[in-house]
Design a protein around this ligand. Sequence first.
Ligand SMILES: Cc1cc2nc3c(=O)[nH]c(=O)nc-3n(C[C@H](O)[C@H](O)[C@H](O)COP(=O)(O)O)c2cc1C
Length: 189
Amino acid sequence: MTQTSKLFVLGIVGSPRRSGNTETLVDKILNGAEEAGAYIEKVILNKLEIKPCQACNSCYKTGNCAQDDDMPVLLKKMEKSEIWVLGTPIYWWGPTAQFKAFLDRWYHPKHKEFNKKRVILVIPLGGGHERYARHTVGMFEDIFNYLSINLLEKILAPGFDKRGEVRNNPELLKRAYDAGKNSVENIIK
Ligand SMILES: Cc1cc2nc3c(=O)[nH]c(=O)nc-3n(C[C@H](O)[C@H](O)[C@H](O)COP(=O)(O)O)c2cc1C
């Protein structure tokens, strides 16, 4: 199989902390997807310039966002990938600022092309219970419902605060790896 004919899985990391809990889990999912035969790529939002939406509606009027930044390149990657692995830690009951700025930029006529994309969601949080992620999970579920995006799996990781602490939890790592592998196998089988 050539690289271009492979299924494309895109990981998008919303934490600014490198090798943190979000990136570790996204990496595991991508490893599983690659093992199943997918072409994988990872994007660190904090390394990109993604400016906040200005609500100018330029995207609806002209088809192009008025901002000059890295979002068009990321949108292209999103369009050509079948599965998105979206990861953000909980910051103040919500996603990180980097992730929210990215999400607001989905306000674009192109969001119609997100229809039928598949998502694996990764949400680590320092608090010891999944309920602290409920607003963020609810936000994602409503957005995916609105855009007809298929949420394949939610990997919530409560009780992890130190950088990369999830690496001490083999069960969670396996769940992430299996989610990536199964998501690809279920499409190509
Ligand atoms: C600015 C900030 C706000 C946070 N707010 C919350 C919160 O509201 N609830 C919570 O459970 N954890 C909160 N945390 C903890 C992170 O969710 C936790 O450390 C997570 O594992 C970070 O993931 P990372 O390693 O991928 O960066 C916060 C951390 C930071 C830095």
